[in-house]
Design a protein around this ligand. Sequence first.
Ligand code: SF4
Ligand code: SF4
Ligand code: SF4
Ligand code: FES
Length: 746
Amino acid sequence: MAETKLVNLKIDDREVQVAAGTTVIEATRQLGIEVPSFCYYPGLTLAAACRMCLVEVEKMPKLQTACTLVAGEGMVVRTNTDQVRNARKFMLEFLLTNHPLDCPVCDKGGECELQDMVFRYGADTSRFVEEKIHRPEEKWSNLVYYDAPRCILCFRCVRVCDEGMDVKALGVGIRGANSIIIPNGGDHLDCEECGMCIDICPVGALTSGTYRYKTRPWEMQYVPTICAHCSNGCKTTLSVRNHEIIRGNNRDHSGINEEFLCVKGRFGFDFTQHPERIKQPMVRKGEKLYPVSWEEAAQEAAKRLHQLHSAYGPEGVGFIGSNRTSNEENYLLQKLARATFGTNNIDHHRTADYTGLTTALGERSADSLLTMDQLYHAKTVLLIGNDATNQNPLVAWQIRTNIRHHNAKLFVIHPTEVRLDRKAKQMIELGSVLESAAVRWLATGEGNLPQELANQLAALKQALEAESDVAIVFGSGISGAAIANLVEFGSHLPGKTRYMALGDYANSRGAADMGVLPDRLPGYAYLDDKSALEALERHWGAKLSMTAGLTAPQMVEAAQSGKLAALYVVGANPLARYGTLGFGRGKVQLLIVHDLFLTETALQADIVFPAASAYEKDGTVTNTAGEIQLLRKAAEVMGTRSDFDLLRIMSHQLEKMGLGKAFHYKTPASVFEEIRKVVPGYNVQLAGLLTGGAEATKPHFSKNGHAPYDVPAELIRSANDTLFTSGSLGRFCTMMQSLPEAEAKS
Ligand code: SF4
Ligand code: SF4
Ligand code: SF4
Ligand code: FES
């Protein structure tokens, strides 16, 4: 690798060494010296629009803009001379020409970069006596409002929408003092509604429909946690007042997503306060569900589960878990199924075949999963069968930013055209040919593909063979044997090929990793893997079954036909998803549901427990890249309990009746301690997690001579969410539902 050339310079009498090409403003930041800037924003192109960053440079006749000046060998820079301070003061006076001086009533007051600078440089008087140009505030959408007089024309919003989002919904209109920002719809926005423009705006010119004028920054608490929606695992800081979430952002750039959040992560939290939240346990009496006490519901559930288990044995009971509940809750649910009830009838809605990927990689699993950061740095990316812009917004952001910052090469294979195509070196539209067929062709040259498609694939293969360290990212259309083909293909490419399977929901990967699967134990261990089985039996003090259980669709069918006596559903809606016999509960004798809302499944239940959402609990989740992060409780909704609590309560009730052992974990953290010991790959460093970082799991998995793995394609189903939908949760996000784009794109 070529060595980075370094240059030496002096800033405020301190020596600093930086990589050649570094700007002076970045060099000052390395020394912790603040040079004020409005238009400069790391990662975006330079605008040199605000002139706030002026500094003195020896041997240069005039003040220089530190954001555009490249550091040179021997340069001597001064950032805090009288001349520089005066220049900043004058620039502020100029920026305030039309800006209203009403910070006390501005929505940005208390967290405004302009307000801070005026305080610091004392631009408290103005020589402008002309009347300020006034324009009324504009509502561009339910989420984005624009107040032109407050706008300082730094163009951060225009650039983040164009360069960062690749949406290009904002432009600049009119020249001179009347210049303003204009949305693509003329007087309204038609865009992704990500709110990146609002967040990046240094002043109160762009404000958010969900937050504006509700509170003040100093009246809130800030809770860092993980987005509850898709599987990408963006870190979000929730601003909370009186247990109510008021906004979400990631302004401290921490976590795997830096400043990025999509519309769901930034605005999709009002489901927590939705009037239809279930807040009391309910038990069916005849046709209807009636509210009952916690005691009554828990006793009734345990009593009936115990009876049915005694009458029908372990095979008579089934469990469907969630791809949104935490790792600890998923772990406890499969422990309840396996250790307490002795059954492997446990599964969840699988949106990506993580089992297939781990099995195909075998011993290579530990170092072959692609993290979000590696995706940002990969020189070449192959994206197959996923419209990441819609389905995996952070993945799309990482790819776009990588192309912008590092000139990465992108190759796309997809049934139809997708937005990322316009960034791709080569795009292959498959039409009606399955992704798995294309992958098989790439790996083996077998299969009957149309000649034109075969030629395109051959060109793509040749191009990839000339690259190294390729990142392969794929959707739910590639599962089972097709993943084995893909890994076979990837293993023949130069360098280190890494893989990311794209699931749909916040803990899709965690649910699979924790063993919420009928044919694998935690860490994907085979049911007959003696050492894994015995380790669990030792930890749990129970004898475990080695017979594979029913899959989620099989359990729904068995419940509806009466072959399953009891079905226990935690945070899922399987009747809507797999209800091949209609949404009815059929002949199942007992249906227990934990949920936030009365979904199609909860409406059919015999006993319903009101569950807390991801924003109302502590724990961990694992994103689709296999990175673990901490969930922290931000809000509280009266009357609900976390699934961790509910499963603990259930285990205690069952123990009283002589079934299994009660769970004695005091907190989710104590469950995580056990997970670190028994789930291969989860023994991660706690320090990284506790300080808000993501820790990559390193699964160690051996095929142990098992037959090649495959899975019926219909078992791995994407929910095909868009930017504006999020399964059942999205239905209760009132703000997102109110967006016209949601209707058009869902
Ligand atoms: S909300 Fe997002 S997509 Fe819409 S204008 Fe702002 S940055 Fe662009
Ligand atoms: S709206 Fe905000 S971000 Fe956009 S140009 Fe004006 S001040 Fe800058
Ligand atoms: S990309 Fe996914 S995880 Fe990130 S904010 Fe959007 S929905 Fe949430
Ligand atoms: S920050 Fe340098 S000109 Fe705006």
